[in-house]
Design a protein around this ligand. Structure first.
Ligand SMILES: *Cc1c(COP(=O)(O)O)cnc(C)c1O
Length: 242
């Protein structure tokens, strides 16, 4: 199947899963994850209708940026503070913020560029060995600090990466837990709790679900899935090491 056919198939699968969760296809965004794929492949998915693309490394964004048709780039991988400057004017969203230190650097660079930057806070209730992602118990404090200290940073919601399991059903409890954390945040926003009442805290996006588990993630309330392999095929990791 072509990239276009795969993209359309995934969209239809998202629509079905959204329906199963009592929502419509429009409630769930498909982010095409293009890491380790060529600008030609990226342009193919953009021609197929992908408006949003995701990369996990700054150097890859920079290497491919000029060769790819206009699209909304998202950074979805761990971001070192010393690289924020290089991508502040290239991405529309940074999905992997898990510390105030990083949020403050984004604040500084966004202010310098005269823009605001949308972010998601990466949470990890499973406390995996990945070492990235915030323990949900630290979420309120981080949001309060960003609300106070980072007026150029817009907290749009949460991102999470489920532990890898063979059977996607086994990821369901994880997604349910993250959805619970997300709903807590939305309630705090609704109730005007300190920090959450700020204009730069929005809490409308829940980014969870990848090739292996996006159907379950959507059933459990995801509003954005990040899919690479099911659109482009397997990534060639070896070529990255050259
Ligand atoms: C690579 C990656 C994805 C996409 O993974 P697939 O299994 O290829 O769909 C999603 N999210 C993040 C953070 C990634 O790094």
């Amino acid at each position: 199947m072509s990239i276009k056919e795969n993209f359309e198939y995934i969209k239809s699968e998202i629509a079905k899963a959204a329906e199963r969760s009592g929502r419509s296809a429009d409630d769930v965004m498909l982010l095409a994850v293009t890491k380790l794929h060529s600008p030609d492949e990226m342009n193919e998915v953009i021609d197929a209708g992908a408006a949003d693309i995701g990369e996990n490394k700054v150097q890859e964004v920079l290497a491919k940026y000029d060769y790819v048709k206009p699209a909304r780039w998202h950074l979805i991988g761990h971001l070192q503070t010393n690289k924020v400057r290089q991508i502040i004017d290239k991405v529309v969203m940074i999905q992997s913020v898990d510390s105030l230190h990083l949020a403050k650097e984004i604040e500084k660079r966004a202010a310098q560029a005269g823009i605001t930057m949308d972010i998601l806070i990466q949470v990890d209730p499973a406390e995996q060995e990945t070492k990235f992602g915030l323990d949900p118990s630290e979420l309120d404090a981080l949001i309060k600090s960003i609300a106070e200290e980072c007026p150029h940073v817009y907290v749009k919601g949460l991102m999470a990466i489920a532990p890898f399991v063979d059977d996607p059903e086994d990821a369901r409890p994880f997604f349910r837990e993250v959805k619970g954390v997300f709903d807590d945040c939305r309630n705090k926003k609704k109730n005007g709790e300190e920090g959450f009442d700020s204009d730069n805290v929005d809490m409308t996006v829940l980014s969870m679900g990848m090739t292996n588990d996006f159907r379950v993630a959507v059933e459990e309330g995801s509003t954005m899935v990040r899919v690479g392999t099911a659109i482009f095929g397997m990534r060639n990791y070896r070529s990255e090491e050259k």
